[in-house]
Design a protein around this ligand. Sequence first.
Ligand code: PLP
Length: 393
Amino acid sequence: MISERAQSVEAAATLAMSRLAKEMQAQGIDVINLGVGESDFQTPEHIAQAAIAAIQAHQTSFYTPTSGLNALKQAIVDLMAQRYHATLGLNNVTVTTGAKLSLYALMQVLLNPGDVVVAAAPLWVSYVEQIKLAEGQLKTIVPSNAALKLTVADLAALTTPVKVIIVNSPTNPTGQVYTRDELQAILDWAAAHETYVILDEIYGQLVYNGATFTSGLQLQTLEDSRMIIVDGVSKAYAMTGWRIGWTLASSEIITAMNKLLDHMTSNPTAVAQYAAIAALTGDQSSVEVMRQAFEQRLNATFEALNTVPGLEVAVKPEGAFYLFPKVAPQVLAAAGVANTSELSMKLLKEARVAMPSGEGFGMPGYLRMGYAKDQAVLDEAVRRLTAFFQQYI
Ligand code: PLP
């Protein structure tokens, strides 16, 4: 019998939707897959070449340190110094198999059964299950502001002690970016309440139209604080498949994570680590090229999506690569479905557009569109959405 723990886990709604879309594509059905958070760009050539060189130099027959190659940790430390003027030691860094594993390990390291984790809804699907697996208790807050950003007023209204706050800026799925003052206020509240703050900065390099990303590293030191940063190469460098992410935290937290990771993965794949060194230390111009492309797609698709009857994105995203339109409530009844989860399945089957619904993000009533796609594909998706939704409005 499968354990109750395993049975309690929900499959990632985003991956499930994407899997289904890929199955339909394999059957020759013309599906537009806007389901999963991966860039449509290829990993830049100099990064791929570094990995090929590492294989040819036989950097593959040994375990690296669990926390990653010193050269990679140093590259991360140097980049954080350059970007944010942060002073970190190698003992403040652990490299993991994707930022996702950093987050999983952090939940295991920080949470005792019943400990409360607070995050704004909508939130990234995996936080929910990772917290559950660590036997923590997730309290989601739907912020009262239109941008759906967590505020200190929301935190002050809580009646139970909070062990961890998660802030994801830019946010998946809304694309909102926390200002320096907003972040500082949350960090100050957390410090006063001896609460850990996990800042998920995986989309930090992808901000648009003049928006400014603030890293926690610009606001607070790590060593004597409860602030933790999670980041990685997946999104900014089109390296989703390489699975390299990292945690930056006090050496106490990093040591505890490493102990756990020793028994989970040992080290992240050596070849991928060499690729990540090339990404972080090499020419950064491809990051800007991709960022500009995403910015253009956001601008075009935000306008276009808001012309689709029954869909509305109230606040324009400033970062990441998602739009999170609200579905007009009357659409559900007219389409004969009970909720947006059913609506997204109908959309996939009938309009052949894969967009996961807000349910997995703790926010029913919405759909998520990943716009890291060619503009022609996005335009066709909007045409299909328009044809689908105008039947029901
Ligand atoms: N955090 C957020 C908010 C994400 O959207 C994702 C990926 O979709 C991750 C973390 C994980 O990224 P990685 O590919 O490094 O595991």
